[in-house]
Write a protein that binds this ligand. Structure first.
Ligand SMILES: [Zn+2]
Ligand SMILES: [Zn+2]
Length: 127
């Protein structure tokens, strides 16, 4: 999820390294692809990231409730780019469609009502 660096904890770098190479031993915890080796599915070089499980239905709601990313081991997964993409897919699709902040935020609600009102006006005009 594209989030500004200052929304991450101060120890994020160490935490992320610990998860990726300590806990996950340099392998994707979802599909097992090895960091730096060709990915079994795509053949491109595997790049591990420490990903928050904070998509819809995910175990980590820290970012939604506090506005900051957490450093809680149970809330993250070491994921290759393919699995990371799948985790973030819903959010990306949403971003692409609206180019606006995540749903449930006030700005999003205002944004959507603006579109609906706009569409209503347009419909009125066309008819
Ligand atoms: Zn993977
Ligand atoms: Zn969390």
């Amino acid at each position: 999820m594209p989030v500004p660096k200052n929304k991450y904890p101060d120890n994020w770098r160490e935490f992320s390294l610990l998860i990726r190479y300590g806990r996950a031993k340099g392998k994707c915890e979802i599909c097992g692809a090895e960091n730096g080796k060709p990915h079994p599915k795509t053949g491109s070089k595997t790049f591990l990231a420490c990903a928050h499980l904070d998509n819809t239905g995910g175990v980590c709601t820290c970012y939604k409730t506090t506005g900051r990313k957490c450093a809680i081991p149970e809330h993250v997964v070491a994921a290759c780019q393919v699995c990371h993409y799948n985790i973030d897919k819903e959010y990306r699709v949403f971003k692409r469609a609206y180019r606006e902040p995540p749903r449930n935020s006030m700005r999003y609600k205002v944004f959507i009502s603006t579109i609906l009102i706009g569409a209503g006006n347009l419909l009125h005009f066309v008819l």
